[in-house]
Design a protein. Sequence first.
Length: 432
Amino acid sequence: MRLSKRCEHFNALHAEIASQGINPYFRPTAKTWGSEVEVAGKRLVMIGSNDYLGLSHDPRVMDASAKAVYAWGTGPGGSRFLSGNMVLHQLLEERLAAFVGKKGAVVHVTGFSTNLGALGCLITPADTVLCDREGHASIFEGIKSTRARISTFAHNDVQNAAKKIAEAKRARPDGDVFLITEGVFSMSGDVAAFGELAALKDEFPDIIIYLDDAHGLGVLGPGGRGTALHFDAAARTDFIMGTFSKAMASIGGFIAADDEGVLRYLRYQSRTQIFSAALPAANTTAVLTCLDILEKEPERVTRLHQVTNRMREGYKAIGLRIGQSASPIIPIIIGSDEKAFQFSQALFENGVFALPAIYPAVPRGQALIRTAYMSTHEDRQMDFVLEVLDRLARQFRIRAQDVEEDEIRAAQPNMTPDATADGAGRAKLSYL
Ligand SMILES: Cc1ncc(COP(=O)(O)O)c(C=O)c1O
């Protein structure tokens, strides 16, 4: 389809949705206090942020970043390969490597570009890449750029992964086999069965394990040191990738490994490292300060899990369907895209910020409201959110018992179904 046609099609769908007032994306935040925000003149409790430790509003992180601007300026002036490399980057690489249990690291300008650049230069077309089906877009984009054979394994299914590794080794004995998973899955909040995945090295010692720990860093493991150390599996993990855009209160990303030679190769060969500007000093310093804080105050991570457990128990008491999450990301499963959009809008009108995730970000028909918690959430904010959720869940009939009753009614066509919030204003939302 020509570009003009594609745009026309997209814009028609966009206008249809906008006319119903239910497009929740790209809403500009006017003010933020971290766990609360102001949007369109409304003050909302934020349960949609990845700032898990609330450090983006910690005065120590803000002060250090502001001072870094005065010391280093606002922009790096070039790629790290050329003029943009700072001692701050090198210091951060040493600190990060030690933090996650690896010998060295390479810092990038975003998490996305870390996956894109690292996977793009580690993998060749002769290799086979096995990736959890629910992997992040940046992982798939990185792999696609290599033209290697991609095969997915069923979500968090170690046996399925093992079967596929064996098949790949039989079919392509000369290539490497990469096994890629997230530590904490960004939409479902599931924690990877990473101990068992890493143990596949007993059977297949030469597989290369690549862990995207965007949502595990600062969240899992001793003092927030991530998923690999949480499972005591850092030594078996060849590559640990992380981002600074979540618990590390900044932007940027890194890839850590033990092999100096491979790290040098990544540093010099990754296209997103060489042909993209360096991470600015303010962002680099923010991460260094977060690491200082985390090393001194591991109780922040404990508090994060207390907040999350309280919300998880509250949601279970309401009867919400929340999947298997064991992390600060708790999905509220809705089902249809339409209902998820309407529910998110109702949350907004009732003072809660949380956004829907629909296909392709989640499997078809499993649209959800992605909620995520911060160690800085206060009891009063949690009480408020639970009260709103309890009320709206009944109204929208999204509790497990409502869904079950509605399914029974649907199976008996002579009974009149309840009017549900799904009934009005159906829109074709599949453009996203
Ligand atoms: C699992 C995962 N990997 C990578 C990224 C990309 O990170 P960044 O936003 O720092 O570019 C994200 C961001 O959402 C993510 O969730």
